[in-house]
Structures are given as C-alpha cells and as structure tokens.
Design a binder for this molecule. Structure first.
Ligand code: SF4
Ligand code: SF4
Ligand code: FES
Length: 221
C-alpha cells in the first residue's frame, strides 16, 4: 500500500493503480474530471507534489501510476476565453491568430505552459508560431494537444494556448494543407449511395448479431 494525499486528506492505496483508479479506490465517485480513460479526452488533468519536493508536477490521472507521497489535486475545469468565429469567413492570413486573439501578444516567453503540459508539447514554441502566423508549424507542433487546460491554469499572462492552436489547426486543415484525395473520393462514394445497401443490412441486424459482427471486424494495423 502507498501513502498519498488527495485534496489534503491522507489515504493508502494499492501499488500499481493509476491516479484515476486510486481516486476511485479511495471512495471518490468521479462525475467530472474523467472521460475516455485512455489519454485522449483531456478531462483528467491533475496537479501534484511529491512529499519533500518543491516542484509542482502535472499529469493525466488516467495515464499516470500513483507514487508514494503524492499530494494530489484534480483540476476538472479551468475557465477559458473562447471567441466565436466562422471558419468559412476567415482567411489563413499571417495575422489571423493575432487578430482573433490579440492578447497572445502579451506572451512573454516564460515557458510555464510547456512545463505544465502532460503531452510534452512545446507550448511556448507553438505560441510563438501563432504570433508569427506560421500555421503549418503551429498545426504540427500542437497536434497532440488534448485540450486539458493545464497550461491555461498556469499561464501568468492569462492566455489560452489550446484555443489558439485549435483555430490554427482548423485554418491549416481547411485552407493550407493539400486536399486529401482519398477522403474526397470516399465522400463522393457515400453521396452516390455506394454504402446504402450495407447500411440498410446493418440496421436490420439484431443487437446480438451487430455486436458479433463488431467483435469480428478487421482492425487496421
Ligand atoms: S497544450 Fe495545454 S491544453 Fe494542450 S495538452 Fe498541453 S497543457 Fe493540455
Ligand atoms: S505560460 Fe503564457 S506567457 Fe508564459 S510562455 Fe506560455 S503562453 Fe506565454
Ligand atoms: S480520462 Fe480522458 S485523458 Fe484521462
């Protein structure tokens, strides 16, 4: 058993659990701060210290194994500014991100965001690319962002890096990246009704047959 603290209270939890499971094992019924349990949804951002260590550490609770001496706090939600925009009314211009998020010019390069990112993303780096209007570099650098908001919680300039990056990736996908020929072809096939018969067959299956077919599906390598 490992001694840990959750929200200031001492607990003992079995070795080998993730932080998420340790919370549940300790009696917390999670209705917020949990989602996919697979490291993709960004809902389970966690902050902790290790006893005797001054450093604040950041993690996804579903992906991090609990350690003795962890002093844990969950950050289920952090309020963040999100401007409304219509993608089809925007242009992938050099100034588009600064025009939409003028506050990003306040970034003073402290790198606190990068240190907080559980995905090990160079957040400061992509914020600099956002200011420069380098959409391809920004889209690439921020690709693994799961919108957990931990960098938002820590930014002393009160910026919201994930929302800036999200618009950057949307603009890149819509206006800059080369069109995906295979996707266009598949959309045309769907519109032409190529799968209508197959969909009708699946819809007519019983729940059990549908489950069996799902289990037996071929999974791409
Ligand atoms: S960039 Fe920010 S919101 Fe995205 S994963 Fe990293 S810490 Fe979370
Ligand atoms: S924490 Fe905020 S101010 Fe500091 S580098 Fe990151 S975005 Fe810029
Ligand atoms: S629960 Fe979705 S990332 Fe942890």
């Amino acid at each position: 058993m490992l001694p840990i603290h959750i929200m200031g209270q001492a607990y003992e939890v079995p070795e080998g659990l993730t932080i998420l499971k340790a919370l549940e094992w300790s009696g917390f019924r999670l209705t917020r701060g949990v989602g996919c349990r697979g490291g993709f949804c960004g809902a389970c951002g966690t902050v902790y210290r290790l006893q005797g260590d001054y450093r604040l550490r950041y993690a996804l609770a579903c992906q991090t194994v609990v350690e003795a001496g962890m002093i844990l706090g969950q950050i289920p939600f952090f309020p963040a500014q999100r401007p409304a925009y219509r993608l089809d009314a925007l242009e992938a211009s050099e100034n588009i991100l600064v025009d939409t998020f003028p506050e990003i010019l306040r970034c003073f390069g402290c790198n606190t965001c990068t240190k907080a990112c559980p995905q090990e993303i160079d957040v400061l780096g992509y914020m600099a690319q956002a200011v420069r209007g380098d959409l391809p570099a920004l889209a690439d650098a921020s690709f693994d962002c799961i919108m957990c908001g931990l960098c938002v919680a820590r930014c002393p300039a009160e910026l919201v890096p994930p929302n800036v990056a999200l618009l950057g990736r949307r603009l890149y996908g819509r206006y800059v990246a080369p069109p995906a020929g295979h996707l266009r072809r598949r959309v045309e096939e769907i519109a032409a009704g190529a799968f209508r018969q197959e969909v009708a067959r699946l819809k007519a299956l019983s729940r059990e047959d549908l489950k069996a077919q799902y289990e037996a599906r071929e999974i791409e390598a």
